[in-house]
Design a protein around this ligand. Sequence first.
Ligand code: SAH
Length: 584
Amino acid sequence: MNAPAIVILGTGALATARRIQALYVERGAHAAAGVATACRVHALQGRVEADVSYSELGAHLRELYARGTPIVALCAAGIVIRCLAPLLSNKGAEPPVLAIAEDGSAVVPLLGGLAGVNLMARDIAAALAVQPAITTSGELRFGTCVLNPPDGYALADLGQGKRFVSDLLAGESTRIEGDAPWLDDAQLPRSDSARLAIRVTPRAWDGREDELVIHPRSVVAAVVSDDAGCADAIVARVRAALSAHGLAMLSLAALLAPSSSMADPALTQAARLLDVPLRFADASAEPGESSAARLLHTALRVPHETLHDDAYPNVALALCSLAIDPATLGRPRGRLTVIGLGPGCAELMVPAARTALNEATDILGYDTYVKMAGPLRADQRVHGTDNREELQRARHAFELASDGRSVVMVSSGDPGVFAMAAAVLEALEASHNDAWAAVELSIVPGVSAALATAAQAGAPLGHDFCMLSLSDNLKPWTIIESRLRHAAQADLVMAFYNPISRARPWQLDKALDIVREYRAPSTQVVLGRDIGRPGGTLRTLTLGELRSADVDMRTMVIVGSSLTRKFACGDNGAQWVYTPRWYE
Ligand code: SAH
C-alpha cells in the first residue's frame, strides 16, 4: 500500500501529525527495496509549514483520493466527508480515509473498509495510546473481517456471507472446516457441534444457507490451444472442466499455457475473462501424458492431483491442497504499457492509465513525469532519467518487459503526440526480436496539452486544426517552415508544441513571421502554461500582441483561424474563445 498523506489545517495538529508520520517512516525503512513512497505531512499554505503545502483543502483531498493515496486527515470527520462526497458515488477503488482529532484523542476510520482502513486505525490508535472508533460490527466482535479473506482466498457469495455474519452476531457459533489459518487469532464463537460452518474448499458451493464458503485459489488450469481457439472457446473449456470436477470458478488460481503461445491474444483475453493471471511454462517430455498435464508438472513445484477429462483434451487441471501463489508458476508474459498522464492533475488522467500504474512493476520516463505519476509503491522500481535519448529508453523498456516485468512508460499529455509511443514502436520495428514481439504492448491515450488548454479557453479547436511541433531537433527547419506556411494558408487553427527553448531561441519568432503573412493581427491566440499543474495560467491575446517572450517551453500556443472569436459573458468578466463549427 502507498504511504498515507497526513493532512493538517493548522499548527495545533502538527505534533500529532509528526507522531503518526514517525510510525510510517519506520515502516518505510523496512519496506522492500526500491523507492519507498515517503509519508508526508501536507499543510495548508500560509497557516503552517510542513513537508508539502496545499492551497485548498477540498481540492487537495479529492486529488489525493483520486490518486488512491490513503488519507489521514487531522480535522473534523464532517469536513473530510463533505470534501470527498462528490467522489463517493463512483464505486471505484477506495483508499483508506481516516479522520483524527488534532490532539490525537480520537481515531475514526471513515472509508476504505476493504482497503484496510480498520487496520490503519488500530495501528495509529495504538501509537497514540487511544481506542480506535471501529464501527464495522463483524470486525468489532470477531477482531477480523470474516468477509474479507486474505489474498489467495475468495468468498463464494457476499450476500450469503452477510447473512452468515449477522447470524453470528445474533449469537450463533460456527465450526470451521478446512484450512483457514487467518482465522486462528479471530475471536469467533466456535463449536464443533454448531449448525453454522465456515467451509474452506475448492468445491463449488451448493447453495446451503448455513455455510460460509471460502474458496482457496488452489486450482491451476493448463491450456494447450494448438487448435488456436478463440478466447470464448478457451473460457468455455476451462469452465466445463472445472464444473465436471465439481470445482468452483473462484478456486481457479491461474491459467497456464506453453511459452510458445505467449503472443496469442486469445489466451490473454481468456485469462482476462476468467479474471486470473496468465502464466507460461515449457512442457517436459514425459511420455504418455497430455501436453497440458506435462505443463502442470513442470510449472507446479507443490504436490498436486492432476484432473483430466477426455471431453476436453487440451485442458488439464491441477488441484493442490493449499492456495497457490500464481507468481511461483512459470513466468508471466511481460507487458509494456505506454501511458499519457494528461496535462498534470489526477482528474485529467484516464482511469486506464491509473490502472496500468497500479499494476506496474517498473516505471520509466523523464524524472518530472515519473514524479507526476506518483505516489508509487515501495515495491515498484523507478527508472527515472533525464536521458533525452528516447530510443534508448524504449529499448530498455522492452528489455525489462521481455523479462516478464510489467513496465509502464510515462509521457505527459497523450503518449502518441510528440512523445514516447512512436519511439517505442520505432524501437520494436527495428529490433526483429521475438522476445520483444511477444511482449503485451498497449498504448493508453491521454489528454494532450492542446486539448487541455483549448478546454480552459473554450473551444478554439472547434473546427479543423493541426498540431505542430516547432522543435527542429528531429526534423529540418525547412520542413517546419513549409508546414507552417501551408497550415496558415489553409486557415487551420494551429496548436504549437515545443514552441521555444533555450537551445532554440529564434525559431518561434520566425514561425510567427510566417503566420503573420497569412493571418490578421486581430487573430485570436491562446497561451496555456502549465495547464493542469500547480500555478498554471491561461492567457488570451491577439497575434498582433503576441511576443516570443510571452512563451516558454512549458507553454502551449494556439493560434486561431480567421473565424476564431472571443466574447465576454455575464457580469463577472468570463471570456470564451471558440472557433465556430461552420465556415463561410
Ligand atoms: N505528449 C505531450 C506533448 C509533449 S511535447 C502532450 O500530448 O501534451 C512538450 C510540449 O507540450 C511543451 O513544450 C508544451 O508546448 C506542451 N505542454 C505539455 N504539457 C503542457 C501543459 N501542462 N501546459 C501547457 N503546455 C504543455
